[in-house]
Design a protein around this ligand. Structure first.
Ligand code: AMP
Length: 289
């Protein structure tokens, strides 16, 4: 495994792999790797021959300085995990090289209006800008994003289409800890008590799944089922519990086509997100979370 910290070397390494006829897979991350990240590498491997993974805590996507400064960073540990996951290239660029005198930013409209777009102004502009830059540096054939950040994944798919990136974007399933909490680098900030309480997010999604299986289709009733479970975990704040269309990410009053039930809540000062995709298959709604 090669570890490179500058753009020129990353391009050179990838160039060798491409010249050898390999399909390039790419997983962008902010580091402090966990099994969720590593599962994206596994997914990528099924579609490509060479695995590139970036580690970059992208300052411009943080709307809270404390969150940025306190974001867990343990790069030696990351390198070890990446090596064991069979990553071929870790790209860990400097802030300075990525954003030196940058005046250009990428904004995706409409899909960014609700959910995290509403509660974290500028967040997706930061994400889309850095992903665009990373795509142009790595030039992958395939790039994998987690369903855990479903709004992000759907925005990246739209961005790749709109900007004609010749990249296949894949959404990979959510990896959870025992008890159902979605893995996240930010879970490191949770005390054992917060972690126990935060499992209420997953229980909320499970309650919504049961309600849907029993025939419930109304957004108000489905989000209320989530809230009841979530409230039992005593979150410090709920940012949103929202049912939106999978295609437009706009709120819907009831489930008709494919939908996303998304949750964002704080436990202590740590903001956690999770979601469930509700899909109609052969006339029956199935929930993926
Ligand atoms: P991050 O390092 O948090 O920016 O995440 C990098 C990528 O890993 C994103 O595509 C996330 O959606 C994905 N990811 C984060 N947590 C999980 C998880 N628990 N399961 C699957 N993918 C995840």
């Amino acid at each position: 495994m090669r570890i490179v910290n500058n753009i020129a070397e990353a391009k050179e390494e990838i160039g060798f792999a491409r010249a050898a006829g390999k399909r390039i897979g790419f997983v962008p991350t902010m580091g402090y790797l966990h099994d969720g990240h590593l599962s994206l590498v596994e997914t990528s491997r099924r579609h490509s021959d060479y695995q590139a993974l970036s580690i970059f805590v992208n300052k411009i996507q943080f709307n809270d300085t404390k969150d940025y400064e306190g974001y867990p960073r343990e790069f030696e540990r990351d390198f070890d995990l990446a090596l064991r996951a069979g990553v071929d290239l870790v790209f860990i660029p400097s802030d300075d090289e990525i954003y030196r005198n940058q005046l250009t930013f990428v904004d995706v409209e409409h899909l960014t209006e609700h959910l995290c777009g509403a509660t974290r102004p500028g967040h997706f502009r930061g994400v889309c800008t850095v992903v665009t830059k990373l795509f142009n540096i790595i030039r992958p054939d395939v790039s994998v994003f987690g369903q855990k950040d479903i709004q992000q994944a759907l925005i990246i798919i739209k961005m790749a289409m709109d900007l004609n990136f010749p990249i296949k974007i894949i959404i990979s399933r959510i990896i959870r800890e025992e008890g159902g909490l979605a893995m996240s680098s930010r879970n490191k900030h949770l005390t054992p008590d917060m972690k126990t309480r935060a499992r209420s997010i997953y229980r909320g999604l499970a309650a919504a799944e049961r309600a849907i299986a029993e025939g419930e289709r109304q957004a108000a009733a489905i989000t209320a089922a989530v809230k009841k479970e979530l409230d039992a975990g005593k979150p410090d704040k709920i940012d949103y519990i929202s049912l939106v269309s999978y295609y437009t990410l706009q709120p819907v009053k009831q489930i008709e086509g494919t939908s996303v039930l998304a949750v964002a809540a704080f436990f202590g000062s740590t903001r956690l997100i999770d979601n469930m995709i509700i899909e109609k298959k052969e006339g029956v709604f199935s929930c993926v979370y």
